[in-house]
Design a protein. Sequence first.
Length: 167
Amino acid sequence: MDFPDIQALPSALQETLSTHSANVYRMVAHSPGLAPSFLSMADAMLQANSLPMTLRELAILRVGHIYAAPYEIHHHERFARAVGLGDTAIAAAATGAGAGLAAEEAAILALTDRLLIAHTLDDADRKKALEFLTVTQLADLVLTVGFYQLVCNFLNTFEVTTAGEPF
């Protein structure tokens, strides 16, 4: 699917897209009413998220792999490396296997899978999560997994690729 004509979009959205050049942001402009809120949430996921960055990226990569979203995986493998996530953890995101990972990394993969499969965490899952996360971090984990499910559904439906991106 082609990107929308940026010049035909509302001026405020055009201005926002001038600082959000990734293809996913350009494509989401097909929904000019929702795009500004989507972009705001995307920014918050990376800038205001209380999860440690390595755990955040591990959860995002797991969602990307479960949803078979190569665009998401491409970008967040780069982010994961930039915040210090190791190759073993990045590779584990593809399978969900926690062998060889730090306990918190393995737990994030398991919690992410639980959210994706059961759509909730039971008492035991919450208790395990709260052994190493604050309540705020747990809330941010659930919101992160949910947001990136939305992102991956969008990417896959609109067949967004990295073609033409400068990064």
